[in-house]
Design a protein around this ligand. Structure first.
Ligand code: PEP
Ligand code: MN
Length: 369
């Protein structure tokens, strides 16, 4: 302060006064810079400790206490409002830095462009190795004969993974809910008969012991994507898990859901884009195809496209199948039924066996990206 008074006294040399004062400002800027970064390092250390404790990085109470102390100590010339606004900027920059750090530590995140998770099923089928896998079968297991007919077509066409859905998460409780354990039994018998791997949807963690006896892969549907208890429990199963994106979830939220499974001990997770809810009603959902390249960029996990539930209609299935392959996905999922018109669920979108074979012929002509 003494320097400033002296400087103010030298009215005959205003330029040199300004120069001297600016030098002081430059010095203070340097000190502030150093202090801000020192503060950030300490805050980052707190952030690291908090991330191990599963505590939120944001602590409004602590921010309120800090502001109160600062405003009580403030002697101006800045007003308390200004001090409050300046420090709030510092707090939010710190929070943003810590959240970014927490995010970049995700296990599902790709560390370099060559890192990829390749999942090998018990029969040697690989997902994520650069091949294009087709997962198929009816929306639900309805009978042995129905599944057997589809499975025979899948095997004949060289497919490896069959849907054997026994528990159906329907919108209405009065609609067909699946055959339950009987459906799992049929699925396993049919899969064994045709040398196929079976995937089935799990609705609740209490089903793990029963379903583990039947399935080669677990499947978490869109409605359960954020059921963190189920996701954590699937961290302890030996089978890979297909995780579908919820119709209301962002791509980032899908990655966090996958992180629940991977961080709980199961690295074999396959992501599935199945369309999100938008204002468009000519399709059941809107297939968010940009999710595929974005997910492939962000994560090392395989990504599959569900062309059935995204569109909700069979007339554009072939085009969506080609788009899925061209997007760089690791495969697609399509529902196939021996007689879609009488299907007990999703009748409008399931392909007949000849339609399915037609789709296969079309996508065969496209090279794998
Ligand atoms: C399904 O694929 O069987 C299904 C029920 O789809 P979603 O969970 O995406 O609605
Ligand atoms: Mn369905």
């Amino acid at each position: 302060m003494a320097d400033i008074d002296n400087a103010n006294g030298r009215n005959n040399k205003p330029q040199s006064q300004i120069y001297a004062l600016r030098q002081q400002i430059d010095d203070i800027n340097m000190q502030l810079l150093k202090l801000l970064n020192q503060r950030a390092e300490i805050a980052a250390e707190i952030g690291r400790i908090k991330s191990g404790m599963a505590t939120s990085q944001y602590d409004p109470e602590r921010e309120g206490d800090m502001l109160e102390v600062l405003q009580q100590a403030n002697q101006g010339p800045f007003s308390n409002e200004t001090i409050g606004a300046l420090f709030k900027e510092i707090f939010s920059a710190t929070l943003a830095m810590n959240s970014e750090k927490a995010r970049s530590a995700l296990l599902v995140e790709r560390s370099d462009e060559h890192q990829r998770t390749v999942i090998t099923l018990p029969d040697g089928t690989k997902i994520g190795d650069g091949s294009f896998q087709i997962i198929s079968g009816p929306c639900a297991v309805e009978s042995f004969e129905q599944l057997d007919e589809v499975a025979a077509a899948l095997a004949k066409n060289g497919m490896s993974i069959m849907r054997g859905m026994a528990y159906k998460p329907r919108t209405s409780p009065y609609h067909f809910q699946g055959l339950g354990e009987e459906g799992l039994k049929i699925g396993r018998r049919v899969a064994n008969k045709h040398g196929l791997m079976m995937v089935s949807e799990i609705l609740d963690m209490s089903q793990i012991p029963l379903m583990s006896q039947y399935v080669d892969l677990f499947w978490v549907g869109a409605r359960n994507m954020q059921n963190s208890f189920l996701l954590r429990a699937l961290g302890n199963v030996r089978q890979p898990v297909i995780l579908k994106r919820s119709f209301g979830a962002t791509i980032e939220e899908l990655l966090y859901a996958a992180e629940y499974i991977v961080s709980s001990g199961n690295p074999n997770v396959i992501l599935m884009e199945r369309g999100i809810r938008t204002f468009e009603n000519w399709t059941r959902n809107t297939l968010d195809i940009s999710a595929v390249p974005l997910l492939k960029q962000e994560t090392h996990l395989p990504v599959i496209v569900d062309i059935s539930h995204s569109a909700g209609r069979r007339d554009i299935a072939n085009t969506l199948a080609k788009v899925a392959k061209a997007s760089g996905a690791d495969g697609l999922m399509v529902e196939v039924h021996p007689n879609p018109a009488v299907a007990m669920s999703d009748a409008k979108q399931q392909l007949s066996i000849p339609e399915f074979e037609d789709m296969l012929a079309e996508i065969d002509m496209l090279p794998q990206v």
